[in-house]
Design a protein around this ligand. Sequence first.
Ligand code: G1P
Length: 294
Amino acid sequence: MRNRITKAVIPVAGFGTRLLPVTKTQPKEMLPLVDRPAVQYVVEEAVTSGIESILFVTGRGKRAIEDYFDYAVELENELQNKGRERLLEEVRRIVEAVDIFYVRQKRPRGLGDAVLRAQRFVGKESFAVLLADDIVLSPVPCLAQMLEFYAQEPAIYLAAMPVPREEVSQWGIIKGKEVAPSLYLVEDLVEKPAVEEAPSNLAIVGRYLLSPSIFEAISKVSPGKGGEIQLTDALKSLLSRERIYAYCFSGKHFGVGDKISYLKANIAFALRREEFAVPLREFLQELLEEGGKP
Ligand code: G1P
């Protein structure tokens, strides 16, 4: 078996309901974190981790993503003519970084169904799935950390992190046995359980290393939570046949799929940028001293 994963799938077909109204006409994946769309951080994580081709599973109203990862001839000519070399390099870098493919999920039927759209692209190889709602900042990218485990032992790997008990119903939750530091052998998975039904507070974060057997599993599961085809349910059905590990990555997680997390992520990302850190810190201080009101 090949111990290297070179393909990744990024599902971007969701409506972004938790971020409405802005997501009515703007894909949530294109909302900026400072000056880059959220999805760019995820693509960069994949590329830095050694991924060579990416499939976006898109849907209606997501064209802006395709345009973003393509050349913009007029803009580039303009930057060139004006001698804005650094900006030119910046807008071109991400276009040239990786081969990108697209497939449409014709109806939004859930994450499991979105992953199923990737079957032809993936073929018989293991592959990675990255969700653009989850951004992880760490010296070694989260996906690269998982791929290191995969290189030693090919299996299914899920990124995980402990969440406060009261938040378990927003996540896929796993029950597992710790087999090595930060590594759990998964014994059960439940998609967005009620607090009293959650087997633990260990949540699945949007990074997965999957084997192609997931496709058959997805095609067999019935609609689950929210009437959708859930990836978590398909993974659960594989438990008796395949080893699934959950890995508590090292790094800081930012959710960008809901308003408060998105706002926090923007502030945190801006504070990490040298050119903004000082003026922004001063401004925030000032605001807080005024009681937070403009
Ligand atoms: C999806 C998965 C869930 C996982 C989460 C991570 O849910 O279904 O198991 O915990 O991503 O972000 P979503 O937030 O897309 O509804």
